[in-house]
Ligand binder design. Structure first.
Ligand code: FES
Ligand code: FES
Length: 136
């Protein structure tokens, strides 16, 4: 199987590799796995007070397409609102990276990762709000 130039570029120069402290309340973290192959993707977002993703990072233990999908995802979500980011579909990644059918699940991993990072962010902040109320 040959990888597209874009996949190779992200694989060679992955954007936004790293981690944020998941303790911080404006950080949403996800850790998702692909049942098809056992690969794992961690994606984190840093959200500002306006609900905009101001930073994002990832670590992926997996194939080149999974690394490229997560790298591309972090590029796409920066500057987007949580709502906009949650609308990104794996099919857009497949198109951009020209992924073959056997690699579609790698892009689904990236879609799952952003959705789950967003819901982690929301659940953390809803819990925080509840706790704040309790203490008042
Ligand atoms: Fe080995 Fe995905 S199955 S990298
Ligand atoms: Fe499983 Fe790419 S082969 S994520």
């Amino acid at each position: 199987m040959t990888y597209s130039k874009k996949v190779l570029d992200h694989y060679e120069n992955p954007r936004n590799v790293g981690s944020f402290s998941s303790e911080e309340k404006n950080v949403g973290t996800s850790l998702v796995g692909a049942p098809a192959c056992g690969d794992v993707m961690k994606l984190q977002i840093k959200v500002n007070k306006k609900g905009i993703i101001e930073d994002a990072c990832f670590k992926t233990y997996g194939c080149g397409s999974a690394i490229a999908s997560s790298s591309l995802m972090t590029e796409w979500i920066k500057g987007k609102t949580l709502k906009e980011a949650s609308c990104i579909q794996n099919t857009a990644i497949v198109k951009e990276l020209n992924l073959p059918p056997v690699k579609i699940h790698c892009s689904i991993l990236a879609e799952d990762a952003i959705k789950s990072a967003i819901s982690n962010y929301y659940s953390k902040n809803i819990l925080l709000k509840k706790n704040n109320k309790k203490h008042k």
